[in-house]
Design a protein around this ligand. Structure first.
Ligand SMILES: [Ca+2]
Length: 361
């Protein structure tokens, strides 16, 4: 029997190849032997890393979804799934309910449309949730975050208010992942919307934002009055927390900008960090910018990620699982030593085929 939450997440999230997968416990390998290197960057030059060893099997939980993008697990075991063309769907008792919970007037083009979903931290009391979608506003595309309320029987939903609007949008690089952090704030992954200079500018594109549940900039954000939390991102759809203050952030590497290719990356970052796009990529370093802990020469576009905290696959515990748009899963295992003001990491990636996105329950 597999870890239920992992299986459920995989299967709902993607359009579902099934097979025997193998993945590896890298933690034990990396924990023994060599001394920990200080914040080193691992470049995987060929392939994607060693073949995994933990054998897992994917099970179909629901089928018939069209480009499922985000997943939210409800307290009663039901699952909400966003479909990029603009439908919010409900999975109940393993069946996809035919009638959508809601249909959103999304501007569906390229990577744009209905993307992320997150439940309000007090969802059990208020049934509020959030959607991130691309909308047409005065003929222009924008990305926005809207708060919704789910009906008592979960069969329908109605919009409450837009809490953040005018996040730059384009055919590609819309970001779209939204997640509440351990501090009760809403974290938002955005993309550079096709113009890389935006990632270093004081605007909402190419960032991880940190906002209150009402969409405002919290007073303890790194830049006063700004919703920006981590800058220098190209197009993130995947992040999760190592602890209360450190995040894993997976970002898409370049596809032709400045003649560069590949080099999708995983970084460890905290408030105020600059991940360097478009000035550095791969394992390059620059003062004031964060070099990733792991990057792959070959394109492996990260579509979703979650730190595995379950018990049924002990070899994965604490590892970051990254689902990619090439239908692979990486387990990224790091040993991280944190002492006062410095930390160091040693990482390894392993790969298997199958899935693209995650939800956690
Ligand atoms: Ca970077």
């Amino acid at each position: 029997m597999l870890e239920k939450r992992i299986v459920r997440a995989w299967v709902v999230a993607i359009v579902l190849p099934i097979g025997i997968l193998a993945c590896d416990n890298a933690t034990s390998e990396s924990a023994e032997g060599d001394e920990v290197q200080s914040a080193s960057c691992l470049l995987v030059e060929e392939g994607y890393g060693p073949e995994g060893r933990v054998r897992v099997r994917a099970e179909v939980v629901a089928s018939g979804l069209e480009v499922p993008w985000g997943i939210a697990f409800l307290p009663n075991g039901d699952i909400l799934v966003t479909e990029r063309p603009g439908r919010l769907r409900l999975v109940r008792d393993g069946e996809l309910v035919e009638k959508p919970v809601a249909e959103i007037e999304a501007q569906v083009s390229g990577e744009g449309g209905l993307l992320g979903i997150a439940l309000h931290p007090q969802f059990s009391e208020n049934r509020r949730f959030y959607l991130y979608y691309t909308a047409s506003k005065g003929g222009e595309g924008v990305n926005r975050i809207e708060q919704w309320t789910l009906a008592e029987d979960y069969s329908s939903a109605s919009p409450v208010q837009i809490i953040l609007d005018d996040i730059p949008a384009a055919r590609y690089h819309n970001g779209g992942r939204i997640r509440f952090g351990p501090d009760g704030m809403l974290y938002v992954g955005t993309g550079d919307a096709g113009r890389s200079s935006r990632s270093q500018e004081n605007r909402l594109a190419g960032k991880i934002l940190r906002i209150t549940p009402e969409g405002q900039a919290p007073p303890d954000n790194p830049w006063p009055g700004s919703r920006n939390f981590i800058t220098g991102i190209r197009n993130t759809q995947a992040f999760d927390w190592l602890n209360d203050s450190l995040l894993y952030v997976a970002d898409h590497g370049p596809s032709g900008e400045r003649g560069r290719q590949g080099h999708d990356e995983v970084s460890i970052a905290s408030a105020g960090d600059n991940l360097g796009w478009p000035d550095i990529y791969g394992c390059e370093e620059s003062e004031g910018m964060v070099t990733p802990i792991l990057t792959w020469s070959n394109a492996a576009p990260p579509g979703g990620a979650a730190v595995y905290t379950g018990d049924l696959i002990p070899e994965w515990k604490g590892s970051l699982l990254v689902g990619t748009l090439r239908s692979s899963i990486f387990t990224v295992s790091c040993t991280i030593h944190s002492r006062a003001s410095w930390w160091s990491t040693r990482c390894i990636s392993t790969v298997t085929r199958g899935m693209a996105g995650f939800g956690t329950s």
